[in-house]
Ligand binder design. Structure first.
Ligand code: DX5
Ligand code: ZN
Length: 224
């Protein structure tokens, strides 16, 4: 079970402290949302910010590219210290070359899918990715409500993973809180990206621990 706080929900006025806080909280990944104002209607931060934050943490940096032209940013993010780069399946024909480019940069490969996109679109790539990121809100902003219609996608991805004996993570991103995280775990998710719900807690450490334990209960039920 991977718990990945999303930096988007942190205080941008003191990013260094926030990254150190995520580190000390015992989280597994730090999720970094990159928005270009075109693929989504918001702008976040770029490789220079990620590079600045890299020395403050040994956490696995999970970069989520919500960008129309990720090809121009892959190398800058890899150099900035990304461990995994997620690109969107909605980019169509570009997906395969992007996957190979990310691999060539020695980063793990993530593939993200938006709520309205059919899950069948990710199927051809499953043997070539390390992580599938199922968006559980329409990307662009933190603090939105979880879209329940995405749950069957998690179940389908989990069934394919078992069937094909693959090992990719199934991540969920958007509206993940103490209620929805266990629901996603029950459906087969194992990586939980959470911004608002985690950063809103007074003790991030306790929140990370609680979310992990709550999700693990379902992991045990599944393997029993
Ligand atoms: C949404 C981003 C998410 C976001 C999640 O576009 O991809 O990673 O930070 O934030 P919450 O947990 O607040 O929905
Ligand atoms: Zn994200």
């Amino acid at each position: 079970m991977i718990i990945a706080p999303s930096l988007l929900a942190s205080n941008f006025g003191r990013l260094e402290k926030e990254v150190k806080r995520v580190n000390a909280a015992g989280a597994d990944w730090l999720h970094l949302d990159i928005m270009d104002g075109h693929f989504v209607q918001n702008i976040s931060f770029g490789p220079a910010v990620v590079k600045t934050l890299r020395p403050f943490s040994k956490l696995f940096f999970d970069v989520h590219m919500m960008c129309s032209k990720p090809e121009i940013l892959l190398e800058p993010f890899a150099r900035a210290g990304a461990n995994q780069i997620n690109i969107h399946v909605e980019l169509g024909a570009q997906v395969t070359p992007l996957i190979w480019r990310i691999r060539a940069l020695q980063c793990k490969v993530g593939l993200a899918i938006n709520p309205p996109t059919a899950i069948s679109l990710v199927q051809p790539y499953l043997a070539h990715i390390d992580s599938l990121l199922i968006m559980t809100v329409n990307p662009g902003f933190g603090g939105q409500s979880f879209i329940y219609e995405t749950l069957p996608k998690i179940q389908q991805a989990c069934a394919w993973r078992q069937e094909k004996k693959l090992k990719f993570h199934i991540g969920v991103d958007g509206g993940i809180d103490f209620k929805t995280a266990p629901e996603c775990a029950q459906a087969g998710a194992d990586a939980f990206i959470s911004g608002t719900a985690l950063f809103n807690q007074r003790s991030l450490k306790r929140a990370v621990k609680k979310m992990r334990l709550d999700c693990k209960k379902f992991e045990l039920v599944e393997t029993a």
